[in-house]
Design a protein around this ligand. Structure first.
Ligand SMILES: NC(=O)c1ccc[n+]([C@@H]2O[C@H](COP(=O)([O-])OP(=O)(O)OC[C@H]3O[C@@H](n4cnc5c(N)ncnc54)[C@H](O)[C@@H]3O)[C@@H](O)[C@H]2O)c1
Length: 433
């Protein structure tokens, strides 16, 4: 929304949230999320045409277009628990929009939603006796955390799905015009509603699948003496395959991949496509196995016991350049280390506050520090879980000197120069090598 505000100075945008603390943070110097470049954009437009408020009803009443970006986590209860999307926040929002609106509006789905959700929303919203009409559009968000501003400023594509009726197409044109202020027209793609909803789920599923595919090959590389980085590099030069998302690692994280792939599998099951559901579910199973394998490898190489050993966990964010820890492989690694009664010490440049919240139930068994040297001091091993560039640039000689010997590095992101570390005396284990 701040990027839209930047490019559409004549459009007034009000961001509302029921979480008052978050809104306060958005109004302050200390934004609630870390994202490179975001602060600059927000500061440029805040108070001019971008406003933050907890007055959800007031902002809905005032708006011509309502973008809904509420959370759609995996359902934890009842039918579809563990796989389906929990749509309660979306439905509450739709009912709220209906209750307070006194004129027709365009409603834009920004959240990632199961295919045909717009239909359910339309039936809730348009079952009104106020004589007003709501046109539902789907405009899924393809940004990646860590590169969000760049992805929004120069998107590969913007997708807008609408009903193929005169009203639907007219609403679609309004939102196309909004993006066209800075996105070249040929990159703004329009489809029917269901294609748009399904495209977002399948895009995430394909990305996650690439990671699981290369991770499955990493296990085979470790057995055979092949090097997964070499294999991936050569494969990636095939234009039909391409180089992106072919990096083997401890596993993928983030709030979207797991939930969207499971949601896709659930949808397939719902439509009686059991084999298709199993195919996609295996992408998530492979990820869980890869995380498990990482800790098992640590255990096996550290003489089958890590009980009471200090283990430095380098990185807790689910990837570099974000403070977001949702579904982070590091969380799983820490929990497994605790199950083995090891003593994890977590270091991360941006994610320590979130890590403390995630590990609130085991705070007495874990240490946190922003200083990686401090974390590694007296440790038997380092488990590198996030590819922060800062870790590469550390003084590894100094780190080695402070550690128990033999000093182990388990590089879950293949970030470090293994040859250099080995020359310093470390025992180094990378993924797929
Ligand atoms: N995070 C990403 O990188 C990303 C990328 C693309 C798409 N998405 C999708 O966007 C959606 C939101 O993701 P997120 O990561 O921003 O989630 P989030 O949980 O960080 O934010 C959702 C916000 O919605 C607010 N909210 C919930 N119910 C509300 C209501 N009734 N009225 C007003 N506000 C309400 C919550 O308080 C919360 O602040 C999800 O569907 C996700 O799949 C996320």
């Amino acid at each position: 929304m701040s990027v839209i505000a930047e490019h559409a100075p004549d459009v007034k945008i009000t961001i509302v949230d029921i979480n008052a603390a978050r809104i306060e943070a958005w109004k302050s110097d200390n934004l609630p999320i870390y994202e490179p470049g975001l602060k600059d954009v927000v500061e440029k437009v805040r108070g001019k045409n971008l406003f933050f408020s907890t007055d959800v009803e007031g902002a809905i009443r005032e708006a011509d277009i309502v973008f809904v970006a509420v959370n759609t986590p995996t359902k934890t209860f009842g039918q579809g628990a563990g796989m389906a999307s929990d749509l309660q926040y979306w439905e509450k929002t739709a009912r709220n929009i209906l209750a307070v609106s006194d004129r027709s509006k365009i409603i834009v789905e920004k959240s990632t939603l199961p295919v045909r959700t717009a239909e359910a929303m339309a039936s809730i919203l348009n079952s009104n006796d106020k004589g007003i009409h709501f046109e539902i559009l789907s405009n899924p968000e393809f940004l990646a955390e860590g590169t969000a501003i760049r992805d929004l400023e120069e998107p590969d594509r913007v997708l807008i799905g609408s009903a193929q009726t005169p009203e639907g197409l007219a609403a679609c044109r309004e939102v196309v015009d909004l993006y066209a202020r800075w996105v070249p027209r040929e990159k703004i793609l329009t489809t029917n509603l269901w294609s748009s909803e399904l495209t977002k789920l399948t895009s995430n599923a394909f990305l996650a699948q690439r990671i699981s595919s290369i991770n499955s090959i990493s296990a085979l590389c470790e057995k055979t003496g092949a090097d997964v980085s070499e294999v991936a590099k050569v494969m990636g030069q095939d234009q039909r395959i391409g180089p992106h998302f072919l990096k083997a690692s401890v596993g993928f994280g983030g709030s979207c991949f797991r939930k969207d792939v499971l949601n896709l599998a659930y949808l397939c099951e719902h439509y009686g496509l059991h084999e298709v559901a199993c195919y996609w579910k295996s992408v998530v199973d492979m990820n869980e196995w890869q995380e498990k394998r990482f800790v098992l490898r640590m255990l096996e190489n550290m003489f089958n016991t890590i009980a009471s050993k200090r283990i430095a966990v380098f990185g807790f964010a689910f990837k570099a350049d974000t403070g977001d820890t949702r579904e982070s492989p590091a969380y799983y690694v820490v929990k497994e280390l605790l199950a083995e009664r090891a003593h994890p010490v977590i270091t991360d440049p941006k994610a320590i506050p979130e890590a403390k919240k995630d590990l609130a139930d085991v705070l007495d068994q874990v240490e946190f520090t922003e200083d990686p040297y401090e974390a590694a001091k007296g440790a038997h091993a380092i488990a590198l879980c996030t590819e922060w560039k800062d870790f590469k640039a550390l003084n590894w000689k100094k780190i080695y000197e402070g550690m128990e010997k033999p000093a182990f590095v388990f590089d879950g992101r293949n970030l470090l120069d293994a040859g250099k570390l080995k020359r310093l005396g470390f025992q180094v284990f990378q993924i797929g090598k």
